[in-house]
Ligand binder design. Sequence first.
Ligand code: BGC
Length: 355
Amino acid sequence: MLVIIVAAACAGQESAASPALSPSPDRLVPSATPVVTPAESVSVFAWNARLGRGVNLSALEAPQEGEWGITLQEEYFDKVAEAGFDSIRLPVRFSAHADPEPPYTISPAFLARVDWAVQQALKRNLAIVLDMHHYLEMMDVPAQHKERFLALWGQIAEHYRDYPPEVMFELLNEPNTALSASVWNEIVAEALAVIRRTNPERPVIVGPVNWNAFDALPDLQLPPDDPYLIVTFHYYLPFPFTHQGAEWIEGSDAWLGTRWEGTPEEQKTIQEHFAQVAAWARAQGRPVYLGEFGAYQKADRASRQRWTSFVARQAEANGFSWSYWEFCGSFGIYDPIRHAWRTELLQALLPPARP
Ligand code: BGC
C-alpha cells in the first residue's frame, strides 16, 4: 500500500529557531514537589520554540530495542547536543511493553529505559518528546484498544508528572486506517482528559489522521479549552522522491533515481503546503511542530541535501519547530559505524550560521 505520509503543520507565530527557554539544572530531575513552570506564564508557543530544531532518535519504536539495528547510546545524545540541536523526538512502542490485560501495566524495566533516555536528553539541555509510536492495533481496531491506549497514557502521565515541561507528550504517531477523523477526535479528547488529571499544563502534541498528513489538519478537532497543545504534521512529499526504494513501500523500487532539483515549481508546492498549514494553525491559535521529515538513503545525496535544507528553512519561515527523521538509521544524518556525521545532511539541517 502506498502510504502518503504527508504532513500538516501549523502556523507560524513565534520563531521556532531560537529556543526561548532553557531549564535550570535543578529542573532536570523529578522531585517530590512539582517543578514545572506554569505554562500560563510561558505560552505554549514558547514551549514549541523550545523544541526548535530537533532530530528523531529511533530505537525504542522497534518491537524490542536493537531488533531494528539500533540501540541507544550515550554517544548519540552527546552528538545531538554538540551539533546544536534543541530537542529530541523519542518514538516509543509502549504498546509492546505493557500487559495485554487490565490494568495494562507498562513494564517497569522498559519505563526505566525510557527514563534513562529522558535523563540523557535533559542533562544536555535537550527538550524531549515522548511519542507513542507504532501502536498498530490502535489503527486497525481502535474500539478494542482504546481502553488500553488510555490506560497507557494514564501511567505515562502519572510517571512523568513531576518532570519539567521540556518533557512533552505526543499522543500517537501517524493515526491511520480505522482511526478516521471522527474516531480520532473523540479519542484525543479522552486521552487529554486522562493526561490533564496529573499534568494540567504539560505541552501535549497532537496530529491529524492519514499519517499526520498536512491536508488532514482541517479535520482535527482539539478541545478548545486546552491551551497547552502543539499541533504536529509529517512531511514526506514528493513521496516518490523521499521513499524511493523503501523496502516497506510496495512498488517503490520504480521510483529509484527520482531527484529533487529544487526547481521553482518543486519549491512552490512545498511552500503552498506549508502556507496551508500555517493558515490553519493561525486560525486555530495553535503552534506547529513538524515532527518528521526526511528522505530515504537510496535517494541521491545532492537531492537529499537540497530537499532537507529547503523543508527545514520553510518550516522555520513559517514558525514551525521541527524534528528530522532520523538520527542513525536508514534516513540517518549520523553513521553509527564510522561514528561520523553525514556532513552534507547535518549542514542542510543546521547551516553554519544560524538565522
Ligand atoms: C515510521 C518509520 C518510517 C518513517 C518514514 C515513521 O513514522 O515509524 O518506520 O521509516 O515514518 O516512512
